[in-house]
Ligand binder design. Structure first.
Ligand code: SF4
Length: 110
């Protein structure tokens, strides 16, 4: 039922992902039929894009190319109390999870 509702209300669109960039056809946009409920249009919102910290390698982290501990900022310049990037901001972010459970990566087989 939820998938049917998503199909009814949204259309697939290009999306910019933090740390990764634009990925064609990777997001959703409220479709034409429901556009009167699209807050961005209704309130004429022109939201600024968030600047990404150039020192943050979150793209490599999210793509699985590097682990959080391979980031030179991990645990020193970047901590949950003062994050440089999204993966350290939320508790479920991979960098924050590694920070809180420091031995987690050592439990994974090489
Ligand atoms: S430790 Fe911080 S700076 Fe490094 S990738 Fe994670 S969020 Fe970005």
């Amino acid at each position: 039922m939820a998938q049917e509702t998503i199909k009814e209300v949204f259309t697939v669109s290009d999306r910019i992902w933090r740390g990764i960039g634009a990925i064609p056809q990777s997001g959703y946009e409220v479709n034409e039929q429901y556009k009167k409920f699209n807050a961005r249009l209704k309130f004429k919102l022109n939201l600024p894009t968030a600047e990404e910290n150039k020192e943050c390698i979150s793209g490599d982290i999210m793509k699985g190319l590097k682990k959080p501990k391979q980031c030179p900022n991990f645990g020193n310049k970047c901590k949950p109390e003062h994050p440089l990037g999204a993966p350290m901001v939320s508790s479920e972010g991979s960098c924050a999870a590694y920070y809180h459970y420091a031995q987690a990566d050592e439990l994974v087989a090489p």
